[in-house]
Design a protein. Structure first.
Length: 245
């Protein structure tokens, strides 16, 4: 947050806290979905986000595992370890649930969820995409533990970047039209239980305006955020279907 605020200030933009009573639009947004939805009409910005079923609708060649949409009622009925997460908001902790009894009792049965096979990602990377191209990138986890790191210019990092770019280009060629023009896609090195090595797979898609930049270039991250949560009259026609309502 601080790095993006500093970058915005350096561009001559005014950065204000959402609690301010004298806020006025047009404005851009970086923050949580509840406050964003509350202020969007008042301040005239549009929040672009992927659809709830985007990951479940991807071909399995990109997910590397079975993913389906469901409800909290479906999740409460699981009888084997399953990775359960909210599609977009952080309404409950994304985790491996051995049964549905651990889900918060306050969740309504009809609350949407994603249910996926349990897999192991050796490393996970956050991609800020703008018009289908990688604008900024950061590693953020290793074997499920937070471990942010920028990708440098040494031989190993160049090879990783090339693999990520090749995978992302294939993903965008097949499913780019199903994403807003400014979005975050997390991908990872999925361990293959049947052979040595790994394959690349999509972890999830996220709203750019509610995604941690980790070690990514804040200037390039800000470019994506400004497109994803800017004045409503700047929204491109192809992005209108991705506006949060």
């Amino acid at each position: 947050m601080e790095l993006l605020a500093a970058e915005a200030t350096g561009r001559g933009m005014t950065v204000r806290a959402a609690e301010g009573r004298d806020l006025a639009g047009p404005a851009y947004w970086y923050g949580g979905p509840l406050a964003g939805a509350r202020l969007a009409t008042r301040l005239g910005f549009a929040l672009l986000e992927p659809t709830d079923d985007w990951l479940a609708d991807l071909p399995q060649e990109f997910t590397g595992r079975r993913v389906r949409t469901g409800t909290v009622a479906d999740a409460r009925a699981i009888d084997r370890p399953t990775f359960v997460k909210p599609p977009r908001d952080k309404s409950f902790p994304a985790d491996i649930y051995t049964d549905g009894a651990r889900l918060p009792s306050s969740l309504a049965p009809a609350t949407p969820v994603l249910l996926a096979d349990v897999v192991t990602f050796a490393a996970e990377y956050r991609l800020f995409l703008l018009d289908g191209r990688i604008a900024a990138i950061s590693r953020y986890a290793v074997f499920g533990r937070l471990d942010p790191r920028p990708l440098g210019t040494d031989r190993e990092d160049r090879a990783t970047t090339a693999q990520i770019t090749e995978f992302t280009d294939r993903l965008v060629s097949v499913a780019g039209h199903t994403l807003p023009s400014a979005v975050v896609v997390d991908i990872g090195q999925l361990l293959d239980p049947y052979r040595p090595g790994h394959r690349w797979a999509v972890v999830e898609a996220n709203m750019a305006w509610f995604a941690h930049a980790y070690a990514a270039d804040p200037a390039r991250v800000l470019d994506v955020v400004l497109r994803a949560a800017g004045p409503r009259d700047h929204v491109r026609p192809q992005d209108a279907v991705f506006e949060r309502r």
